[in-house]
Design a protein. Structure first.
Length: 201
């Protein structure tokens, strides 16, 4: 099992720059976050995860794996749209998954090249594909490329967690940017704690 690599340097930076977050970090301890080194699998997982719960996304991904065996561009391309849809997603989402597989096979998208790009360049490259928006690209930056400074305003869990953490009735984009800049260059590690706070009963 692969986990996102971070340590005391990142933790100490966050605790030093935000005393409220520091209390939660001490309470929660180290957060282990799984990563998927295979960029294609991570991208398909991010598409599956759009606008559904983590639990539902895990179920759909398991069904897709059962259907195609290993999740590869070739296996996805060789599977009908309807069969992919029957794993528990909309026809549109199944189409996006097929589209990504075709883009990789045709060479329109060279996934290994993403490792050489900046975060913004990765987002630009990925969002040129149909069905991939900013949130999906940001989740890939975290879950596969292990970029250290990604905090997604588009993520409902992040917004909910930050509102809970700071006792805010709402989170404006301006407020979000203030916190994001405070966490930088370790926004991703802050995100791990904010997700933990958001999921707390």
């Amino acid at each position: 099992m692969n986990y996102f690599k971070y340590g005391q340097e990142e933790i100490e930076h966050l605790k030093r720059t935000d005393s409220i977050l520091a209390e939660e970090i001490d309470r929660i301890g180290m957060v282990k976050r799984k990563v998927e080194p295979d960029i294609f699998i991570a991208l398909i997982s991010s598409i599956i995860g759009q606008q559904i719960s983590t639990k539902a996304a895990t179920t759909v991904r398991s069904r897709l794996t059962e259907l195609v065996g290993e999740i590869t561009p070739e296996n996805i391309e060789g599977t009908s749209l309807e069969a992919i849809q029957e794993c528990g997603m909309s026809l549109r989402k199944a189409g996006y998954i097929k589209g990504v597989a075709e883009a990789v096979i045709s060479g329109e998208m060279v996934l290994d090249d993403l490792c050489k790009l900046t975060d913004e360049e990765v987002k630009e490259e990925l969002t040129s594909l149909k069905g991939i928006g900013e949130w999906t690209a940001e989740m890939l930056l975290i879950s596969s490329l292990q970029r250290p400074d990604v905090l997604s305003y588009k993520d409902l869990g992040i917004r909910r967690g930050m509102m809970r953490l700071y006792g805010l009735p709402e989170l404006t984009r301006e407020d979000f940017e203030i916190y994001r800049n405070r966490y930088s260059p370790y926004g991703t590690i802050a995100a791990f704690y904010i997700w933990e706070i958001a999921s707390r009963e």
